[in-house]
Design a protein around this ligand. Structure first.
Ligand code: ZN
Ligand code: ZN
Ligand code: ZN
Length: 87
């Protein structure tokens, strides 16, 4: 069970990835990422907390979009940055 109240605010369908090729900010600055995450509020693709840029966490913080899903093939878990839990 989840104690995350943010799930209900998500769009009914997952958004299309804004940049299917990877983390837009890493691509722009030449950083490499470890894993990719997608913002379920707007479709922003960004890198994980193990990546140097940590852009998914920064996006969640700056845009108030708390929930990401893994953008790795075969993974579909979701994470809430606010509640710090799988949702
Ligand atoms: Zn939450
Ligand atoms: Zn990045
Ligand atoms: Zn977003």
């Amino acid at each position: 069970m989840t104690s995350c109240p943010h799930v209900v605010d998500l769009p009914a369908a997952d958004p299309e990835p804004a940049e299917p090729g990877g983390c837009a900010e890493c691509l722009a600055t030449g950083l490499r990422w470890v894993h990719l995450r997608i913002c379920l509020s707007c479709g922003n693709v960004a890198c994980c907390d193990s990546s140097p840029g940590r852009h998914a966490a920064k996006h969640a913080d700056s845009s108030d979009h708390p929930i990401i899903r893994s953008y790795e093939p075969g993974e579909d878990w979701r994470w809430c940055f606010v509640d710090e839990t799988i949702v």
